[in-house]
Design a protein around this ligand. Structure first.
Ligand SMILES: Cc1cc2nc3c(=O)[nH]c(=O)nc-3n(C[C@H](O)[C@H](O)[C@H](O)COP(=O)(O)OP(=O)(O)OC[C@H]3O[C@@H](n4cnc5c(N)ncnc54)[C@H](O)[C@@H]3O)c2cc1C
Length: 289
């Protein structure tokens, strides 16, 4: 396959190039870990590939109440930031187990969101942390909750000439991400569970990945955790509610009923781990699985 590789150096130039191309004629390349597979197996056959590499979107910016991550920042850079691990342990856990260190040196948050896979390990924790996404396009800049970016399996609400510039998260939140896979490395999660406790109500956030048609918050389960210190009974009720309400499919990775049972177990453990993190400042590596 042959295509022209273009390297715009400003967001405005990138948007102009995208606006001037017919859908399907141009593809966006960030780290390329998903896109190169699509090109390899001819799922996509663009005339041009637009690389985001020269755009000024590689950064982590901390302020008193937020962390802004540029969309082309490699996941490895986020993982290696000690403050991410300390303040947002659930995000750190979700990133730590994406593929391999080599893959994470290329893969980006913008690419993971742009893909919008129901099996993404990053989207559930972004949902649980109420992440906001900054998007640039022909109409200028807009900001939206990550929930409104996701449309369905591998579909987002981004326009054809829109790009994700950055993701904004709270500066800290007790949080946890747990997953189950057939193979621990380089495999897709059968189920991913993210929980977070945030001071603004509703306090508890529970989000699931590996569900259909897209990762989603489980507001019904969140609703049974009214206080900062839920009882064992309330935690169990939330876990059962999440398992009952989620929509699963049976596929080669797991049956629907196995996924449902996994969700009940992982939601319970994730809430318990988040509760421990609310009392202790430092996240424990052991608490992950
Ligand atoms: C071996 C292997 C293992 C993997 N393991 C995991 C895993 O454990 N967990 C997991 O969640 N994922 C996993 N993945 C998937 C992949 O690595 C992630 O989705 C990655 O974060 C994608 O980022 P990227 O920068 O490589 O995206 P790219 O491949 O560059 O782009 C992916 C898509 O997003 C769009 N896009 C990219 N950047 C932007 C932007 N700024 N704005 C708008 N659209 C954009 C592109 O158009 C493209 O369609 C794995 C992939 C492989 C190959």
């Amino acid at each position: 396959m042959s295509f022209q590789l273009v390297h715009p150096s400003t967001p405005a130039e990138a948007v102009r190039l995208l606006s001037g191309s017919a859908t399907g004629d141009i593809a966006v390349l960030s780290g390329g870990t998903d896109l190169l597979l699509d090109l390899d197996n001819a799922r996509l056959a663009p005339k041009r590939v637009l690389s985001l590499r020269k755009l000024p979107w590689r950064y982590l910016r901390w302020s008193a109440d937020s962390l802004v991550i540029g969309s082309t920042t490699p996941l490895r850079a986020v993982e290696n930031d000690g403050e991410v691990r300390r303040r947002l342990p659930g995000l750190w856990e979700a990133i730590r187990d994406v593929g391999s260190p080599a893959l994470r040196s290329r893969a980006t948050l913008g690419g993971n969101l742009g893909r919008g896979s129901p099996a993404s390990d990053l989207i559930p924790i972004l949902l649980a942390l109420d992440a906001r996404v900054r998007v640039v396009g022909p109409g200028g800049v807009r900001e939206l909750p990550v929930d409104l970016l996701l449309q369905g399996s591998r579909r987002t609400t981004l326009g054809p000439a829109e790009l994700i510039e950055s993701v904004t998260l709270p500066a800290s939140a007790p949080s946890t991400y747990l997953w189950q896979r057939v193979q621990p490395v380089n495999d897709i999660s059968q189920v991913g569970v993210a929980t977070a406790f945030v001071p603004q109500g509703p306090h508890w956030r529970i989000a699931l990945g590996g569900v259909q048609p897209r990762a989603r918050r489980m507001s019904e389960a969140e609703g049974v955790l009214p206080s900062a210190r839920p009882s064992h009974f309330e935690v169990e009720l939330a876990a059962q509610e999440a398992a009952r309400r989620a929509e699963f499919v049976s596929d080669k990775r797991a049956t629907e009923s196995y996924r449902r049972r996994l969700v009940a177990v992982l939601v319970r453990r994730a809430i318990q781990t988040t509760l421990e993190r609310m009392s202790k400042a430092t996240p424990s590596r052991k608490a992950k699985r």
